[in-house]
Design a binder for this molecule. Structure first.
Ligand code: SF4
Length: 620
């Protein structure tokens, strides 16, 4: 008997705009001790599903059944569910900082879990908590019992959350994006820890994530969700190595770690609104294999002999399309007249940094953020800066963009030392370097229209008349794949990927020679990520832009960079051409980063398989 059996679960959430059909008719089972993955892009319904199962969605209309240990979780009272949560099912959330109460010490917060479910003395509970903290790898557990959440690093806080979820030895743990907010090396440690503990305690784990590659390395079985629907379900070896649904195949093709080609293959378009129930296949608008029947008839659920189930009209596995041609037609004259002053830069690097130091504070409180950085980037090339949070990569980028003053050393842009420029010269030089930030939402003023936002650099540098600037902005919008008719819209009316396009259009407005991208795709879903990375590449090919690209994601960096600088504790520990860095890393820290970022795919040899049809066959 499975440990958890969800049958025909649907979740409707009433909102001011209408009823959101967040989950529709989803069925799956989780077996004792296994790692089960639920994968999908934002808005696919994966978190809503797990929250609904745990009674954490008050006001939602939930139908179907979720049997856990033979009891239907959906029919339990709030008090009964509280008993199940913690003792029967533990939960780990993405952001441990907001899940741990900031006012309370971490030890007592975990001990409270024990006291809620068991009659034990304070001393006994404390001992158990310390033992659990020790087990999850919190050094000096006994002393740290009385520390507050803010005194822990992100990785350590996630270990504390794992300790809290497992302290009562539940049979099942639901982990919702448990490693998304962490650095790549910490991510690997947390995943290993979860895997170890589930074997040690025979606890099943439901891992909710947007990262199919990550699931490929740790899960036993998985389910892919899209727009509230279950599209593929079965053993991870088949889902990952031989996806049988066009959506799962698309997710894999758009992940930089999974394709060798220079050009990623994004899933075009965007998910449908969940306010209406589509009459046919929910993926039809984005599917490369779409047929007439898909628009009108809901796809049948088909089963293969290797245990894979897909909801699709296709009788055969999806077709892998050819790499599409460059999406944008680039008119090079668009950026000409707003370009920075023309110089012959061909022989000099666009950026040259020598012996750069940057410190905060003085005396005993002095903190050295950058320690003797040397690098140079040639025109039309991309330099990647990788390293864990706090290693100094963003500080370095900001110093190069002139936003921070170095304590020592020199920065040259287009052959001119920044510290030798007069204020007027610096004003001119600012045209040559632009930044694109990680969080497109946070870097766009929500009260201003995007036409005004993109046109700001033109206005500040007094380029052209008002009408000319508007025309230029609309050209830029077209260049980055936005509809120029949306000139007067506000940022909130755009998706995450579109907002990042707005940020890129703004950075391009003055045709800079250097664009600094600070984690430009880390907040985006994988298929949108691919669209933005392809756009960056097209623009570089067309205009020979020079990029400085900051990321913690080594797969993404490899995809876009010619050279990579690996940073640790304010220093560059290795700088090499991208390919040789990946093939023959020299520094132990580079090796550690690479090892942590490579998710080994399942080694299983896939069995031959045949289709067992459920429902009508609609194509040959
Ligand atoms: Fe594509 Fe049709 Fe299958 Fe939907 S049912 S995934 S549109 S082939």
């Amino acid at each position: 008997m499975p440990l958890l059996e969800a049958s025909h679960v649907s979740v409707d959430i009433p909102t001011e705009d209408g009823v959101v059909h967040a989950v529709q008719d989803v069925s799956f089972e989780v077996r004792a001790g296994e790692m089960f993955g639920i994968v999908g892009e934002s808005g696919s319904g994966k978190s809503v599903l797990t929250q609904a199962m745990m009674g954490l969605l008050p006001g939602a209309d939930i139908t179907g059944s979720v049997l856990f240990n033979g009891e239907d979780l959906l029919s339990l009272t709030a008090a009964q569910l509280r008993q199940v949560r913690g003792r029967g099912i533990g939960m780990i959330f993405q952001d441990p900082l907001s899940s741990l109460h900031p006012y309370f010490k971490i030890g007592p917060q975990i001990a409270e879990m024990i006291h809620l479910h068991e009659r034990v003395s304070k001393k006994a509970a404390r001992e158990r908590v310390v033992a659990m903290l020790d087990r999850v790898g919190v050094p000096g557990a006994a002393e740290r019992y009385d520390d507050y959440p803010h005194q822990f690093s992100g990785g350590m806080r996630q270990r504390v959350m794992i300790a809290m979820a497992l302290v009562l030895h539940p049979k099942l743990v639901i982990a919702d994006e448990p490693t998304t907010a962490l650095d790549v090396t910490v991510q690997a440690q947390v995943l290993d820890l979860l895997d170890e503990l589930r074997h040690e305690m025979d606890t099943a784990v439901v891992m909710v994530t947007h990262d199919l590659t990550l699931l490929g390395s740790v899960a036993d079985r998985a389910m892919a969700m899209y727009a509230g629907h279950q599209l593929e379900y079965g053993p991870i070896s088949s889902v990952f190595l031989r996806p049988s649904h066009p959506y799962t195949a698309g997710l894999l093709r758009s992940s930089p770690g999974n394709v060798a080609e220079e050009r990623l293959i994004p899933i075009p378009g965007k998910p449908p609104s969940l306010l209406t129930v589509p009459s046919g296949c929910v993926f039809a608008d984005r599917c490369p294999d779409v047929m007439d029947v898909c628009g009108t008839v809901p796809p049948p659920r088909r089963e293969y002999t290797d245990g894979i189930e897909v909801a699709c009209h296709l009788k055969r596995p999806p077709v892998i399309p050819e790499i599409p041609p460059v999406e944008i037609v680039v008119d090079k004259t668009i950026l000409e007249s707003s370009a920075a002053p023309e110089l012959d830069y061909s022989d000099i690097p666009v950026v040259k940094v020598e012996n750069l130091h940057l410190s905060y504070g003085q005396g005993a409180k002095r903190h050295d953020v950058l320690k003797g950085i040397n690098l140079s980037v040639a025109s039309g090339h991309t330099m990647g800066l990788v390293g864990e949070s706090g290693c100094g990569k963003t500080t370095l980028a900001r110093a190069i963009a002139g936003l921070l003053q170095p304590s020592e050393g020199t920065i040259e842009l287009n052959g001119r030392r920044l510290d030798s420029l007069t204020q007027l010269e610096w004003h001119e030089m600012r045209r040559s370097v632009q930044m694109v930030f990680q969080d497109p939402q946070g870097s766009l003023n929500p009260r201003r229209r995007i036409g005004a936002i993109i046109g700001d650099p033109l206005r500040i540098h007094k380029v052209g008349s008002k009408a000319e600037r508007k025309a230029r902005v609309q050209e830029l919008m077209e260049l980055v794949g936005l509809n120029p008719e949306h000139y007067n819209r506000f940022p909130a009316e755009f998706s995450g990927g579109q907002r990042q396009r707005i940020g890129i259009a703004r950075a391009l407005a003055l045709r800079p020679s250097l664009i600094v991208f600070d984690e430009p795709v880390s907040a985006l879903d994988v298929s949108i990520q691919a669209q933005i990375l392809n756009l960056m590449k097209d623009l570089q090919d067309a205009f020979s832009f020079t990029y400085l690209f900051i990321s913690h994601d080594l797969a993404v960096v490899r995809h876009v960079c010619d050279q990579i600088a690996v940073m640790k504790d304010g220093s560059i520990v290795e700088l090499a051409p991208a390919e040789s860095l990946y093939e023959d890393p020299q520094h132990p820290f580079t090796k550690e980063l690479l090892a942590a970022s490579v998710h080994e795919p399942p080694a299983a040899k896939l069995p031959e398989r045949e289709l067992v049809t459920i429902g009508e066959v609609s194509n040959e």
